[in-house]
Design a binder for this molecule. Structure first.
Ligand SMILES: Nc1nc2c(ncn2[C@@H]2O[C@H](COP(=O)(O)OP(=O)(O)OP(=O)(O)O)[C@@H](O)[C@H]2O)c(=O)[nH]1
Ligand SMILES: [Mg+2]
Length: 496
């Protein structure tokens, strides 16, 4: 018996609704080759995994019966990547995580392009991207690191600290307070376990880094969920040698929302942004409005994600994969996935996109009164438009109503939907927050309904460790903005 209740462990209605009669809930704390270590109010238990340990993530809730993890309960959020190496498989990193602590150091490990990948991963998994820059004690000025980290996205919260200093490390406690889970990811040797030890009082093994290139020694070998002194949970993970994205399209789209907005303005739906007439992306580059390096990074991540997602889908179809290992965590997304089949583009689908073949397919949907094209509904939508519709639903869910989504009508529909559903927090997305701000100005009723938001922040926030409410800057770092809060995830950002 422990003094932990189910809600101390992170249990909520979301999971209760899924639990089948006769099953007992348990939260996965460790995953080993054949067994899982799960936490229950009665204490930790070792249970079997009939469907294979790899189909569970640390942080998962399961329905347990007769010593077996009978059923994985659909997670609220999930982090998954393409497994390292040449194997075509997806690896679950963590589940039911509120914030993804992307750990890097003030040394050779610091790499904004790599951080950008992790941020896309966090966004795709519905987690707050929190960049933690360790080894602040080794440099004179941490500001250049923080500036670069924050430049990745207005949603990124970044802080620099000395992980070996308990008081400094305790600045992370708001992210792992009661009911919250923080997962730490990053290269080997950046100080993840050092942070874990500071926040949990544990004694996980740590080891020094190589002097010449600051690389770590891959000391931590398995993922583990640990209780924090602050009352929440922390997941430490082994250092990642590489992070290959898969099924992260939403995160990439969100991270590069300026590029994807331009893409939606191109004359041809499958524009490759090379030499096509009416290409809004090239026009923005030529006008100096879009950094060509940013465009190149977007291209690279998008192509990689598409390639890996398609390879996994191909391999998975043969093996009848579980859809639950994707980065689309919610039940709604999981349900959508069942019919959201990859576009029937055939084997050259990718080639056509990447190399721009056969791309003279003008947009057939009407423009709005302002002469703007419809919002891009998704790549490779099929002839029946099924995929496009689903993307539209998803866009709507994230405050990006499709087809003239920047119109007040789109916002109105979105807000009324939210009002009717008990103030779901969906406006944390960059573009959604932008819409939201406009709406706040225009409609007193909506403004009264809105609550301070923890996401979409572009700068300093009023940190409130109780997670009650945060006054945030808007996505553009200008005015304070109020946005909708999702009651069950009330911590969405604090400042450095
Ligand atoms: N000076 C300084 N050293 C740190 C800091 N954080 C971690 N270290 C040291 O960096 C080394 C690596 O730390 P770990 O906590 O083992 O790193 P890790 O990220 O868990 O590494 P893996 O388990 O291999 O993935 C240890 O010697 C730590 O003492 C910091 O903020 N400042
Ligand atoms: Mg470690």
């Amino acid at each position: 018996m422990t003094d932990l209740s189910l809600s101390d462990l992170g249990w909520s209605d979301h999971f209760a609704r899924q639990l089948e009669q006769g099953d007992a809930p348990a939260r996965i704390a460790e995953i080993h080759r054949t067994i899982l270590v799960a936490l229950t109010p009665d204490g930790p238990v070792k249970i079997g995994a009939p469907s294979g340990a790899g189909s569970f993530a640390v942080g998962d809730w399961v329905g347990m019966r007769d010593g077996q993890a009978r059923m994985r309960l659909a997670p609220r959020s999930q982090i998954a990547r393409k497994a390292a190496g040449h194997t075509v498989s997806r690896q679950l990193v963590a589940a039911n995580v509120d914030s993804l602590g992307i750990v890097t150091s003030c040394n050779d490990d610091f790499n904004p392009a790599r951080l950008e990948r992790y941020v896309a991963l966090a966004m795709a998994g519905d987690c707050l991207p929190l960049v933690i820059v360790t080894k602040a004690d080794l440099v004179d000025d941490v500001e250049p690191y923080l500036v670069q980290a924050r430049a990745i996205s207005p949603q990124v919260v970044a802080m620099a600290l000395n992980a070996r200093d308990l008081a400094d490390a305790s600045r992370l406690e708001p992210w792992c307070g009661p009911g919250r889970t923080l997962a730490l990811v990053g290269s080997s040797g950046v100080g993840k376990t050092t942070l874990q030890n500071a926040l949990t009082g544990g004694a996980g093994a740590t080891a020094g880094v190589r002097a010449d290139d600051a690389k770590g020694r891959h000391t931590t070998t398995f993922r583990a969920l640990r209780r924090c002194g602050a009352g929440g949970w922390l997941i430490d993970t082994p250092g990642m040698r590489e992070l290959q994205l898969t099924d992260t399209a939403e995160g990439i789209e969100e991270l590069f929302d300026d590029v994807t907005a331009l893409v939606s303005e191109c004359r041809f739906t499958d524009c490759a942004h090379e030499t096509e007439p009416g290409c809004a992306v090239r026009a923005a580059v030529d006008a100096g409005d879009l950094d060509p390096e940013r465009l190149a990074r977007w291209r690279k991540l998008e192509a990689e994600d598409r390639h890996n997602s398609e390879s996994l889908a191909e391999g998975g179809r043969a093996a009848n994969p579980s859809p639950s290992t994707s980065n689309r965590p919610s039940e709604a997304r999981a349900a959508a996935r069942a019919v959201d089949a990859p576009p029937p583009a055939g084997p050259d689908g990718l080639r056509r996109r990447v190399h721009g073949r056969d791309r003279r397919r003008p947009r057939d949907r009407p423009q709005d009164a302002m002469g703007r094209g419809p919002h891009r509904l998704g790549r490779g939508s099929d002839a029946s438009g099924q995929r496009a519709d689903l993307r539209g639903l998803d866009a709507h869910r994230h405050g990006r109503a499709r087809g003239g989504d920047r119109s007040q009508g789109g916002v109105r529909r979105f807000l009324s939907n939210l009002d009717g559903q008990g103030r779901r927090h969906d406006l944390h997305r960059h573009r959604g927050a932008d819409l939201c701000r406009r709406r706040v100005r225009d409609t007193p009723r909506a403004a009264a309904d809105l609550q301070p938001c923890g996401r979409g922040a572009g700068g300093a926030a009023n940190a409130d460790p109780r997670g009650a409410a945060f006054a945030r800057r808007d996505c553009h770092g200008r005015d304070p903005v109020a946005a909708l809060s999702r009651p069950e995830v009330d911590l969405r950002a604090l400042s450095a």
